[in-house]
Design a protein. Sequence first.
Length: 330
Amino acid sequence: MQTEQINHDPAHAFMNSGSIIKGRPSMGSWLLYGLGSEPANLPGFIVLTSTSKAGGAQPISARQWSAGFLPSKYQGIMFQSKGEAVHYVGSPPGVCQSTQRQIIDEIQRLNGMLAEEKHDPEISTRIAQYELAFRMQTSVPELTDFSREPRNILELYGIQEPGDGSFASNCLMARRLAERGVRFIQLYHRAWDHHDGIERNMKIAARDVDKASAALLTDLQQRGLLEDTLVIWGGEFGRTPMGQGSGRDHHILSFSIFLAGGGIQPGITYGNTDELGDRAVEDVVRVHDLHATMLYLCGIDYQRFSFKYQGLDMRLTGVEPCRVVHEILA
């Protein structure tokens, strides 16, 4: 892979939205807009984050899962990785479900009157979100109850304590979300900005994710979910092949990601770097190529997939030439 941005925040934005300009939709929002959401009682785009004892926990802003100029119902929803996944998911003391249902019905009636008057898509979003939030009061507690997960599955992921905020717990949650038809699930593990102490810290960060990542693929496969689930694993850029003191600096000319399931040909490596690992020189794949390939695997023609905004047909893949990487497809 190669990318265009060498600092974290714009590189995150470019990888997630295809642009460094604020206010652009993330790829999860684009997919939700194009394909819709299957579950009626969960959001269609869910984000989970974790950190490491290794250090190097670069910040991540919520705009990385923003709906941008798309209707806000396509916004990514961040679940808490530790404790209650969703704050205030239960009814307040003394409020039964029937009472709450009456309150929501009245709010929806008023919002419906406003929608007829204003014709604002954000009002429609508000109506839909009230209904979704009511249904999540039942679905979220069941989703986050890991007590029925057998011990061998917890050991497969390397989970010490379910729901402890670790990347391993988030991977198991991702599988449970995929089982329930959530369209786009994004996990961030903040542990890789090793400008120093890389010999120690990389081992810790890798230990955090390797076992759980392999377990997620194994678990999806044994449940018959992997062939319909595209897994993309990587970062916003790479690190230099040469040292930076006891660490390594940001690098945009060569880095690796892996893809699995969802129509990807297994067991192959695509592309190569020069002999120093400094620059991708063979079968170079750029970020917009990755986006075009992801859309293709989800049944979407990236050249025809657009949204009219400020008089322009906006696309996740931008306006510059890009391609679907057919060579890696099964």
